[in-house]
Ligand binder design. Sequence first.
Ligand SMILES: [Zn+2]
Ligand SMILES: [Zn+2]
Length: 292
Amino acid sequence: MNNYHTHTYRCGHGYGSEEDMVKAAIDLNMQELGFSEHVPLPFYRLFLLKSLPHTLGSLHSFLSWCKAFILNGPGMRMPYKKRKEHQKVVQELKQKYKNQITIYQGYECEYFKEYLDYYQRLLDNQEVDYLILGNHFDRYPIHSYYYGKKKVDDEMLKHYQQDVIKAIHTNLFSYIAHPDLFMMGRNKFDDLCKEVSLAICKEAKKYDVPLEVNAGGIRKGLVCRNDEMVYPYNNDHFFHISQEIDNKVILGIDAHHPQQFNTKDIELLNQFVEKHHLNKINKLTFKKGNSH
Ligand SMILES: [Zn+2]
Ligand SMILES: [Zn+2]
């Protein structure tokens, strides 16, 4: 397989250098490897300041906000000024390992409307080869608006749908990472979950944006939800819908540690794909935004 979803220690919650990840991918005979760190954002502190009033209802949210503000990024993303260093390392690795593996530079991005022009510039300036959508947050990168939190209410879920669909329309994102992340915060795949999933799958099909089957969800193990044993994401009901719509799907390791490149997880990803008869692709076509 190829993998276009790779983090490093630079995001503040991962382990291993860029080179550690390359070596781990080569050990698994991968042909293509893409780095997709959580996108570093310019004027990040200003963006965080705007979000401050939204954190005041939750101590967890406020404390993680303080940490992000002080460190200007980590533990969610590398500081903006570090991006050149990361990109330089990836460039050097592209050359060093060019006879063994093809390496690409990407980032994993939320749909933050303030930053869409910046995302387009990253592609236009060829700072990156591709971007993927990892829509972790609703409007601001704060815990109370995290789509992977314990409880995602109906209003938040509707925002998720709207933002993912708007993101698809930008043509900036080559695939949608963990498209069903919201199921972390829903006990039951109810009518609204069904409606949201159907809308996302249909739009992704129309705009030819693949959906990811994500090893991060599998690494969390099976959990009991509404009397069913399911992965917290890579939800069976979501991917049943995507099979009916005939979406393209792609595997993603979502590696935060070199050991997460392993045959056992890849086997589980493939079992999930086979169970749902999904239309799996291996090679990603990079989208370049609407300015092209
Ligand atoms: Zn993600
Ligand atoms: Zn990720």
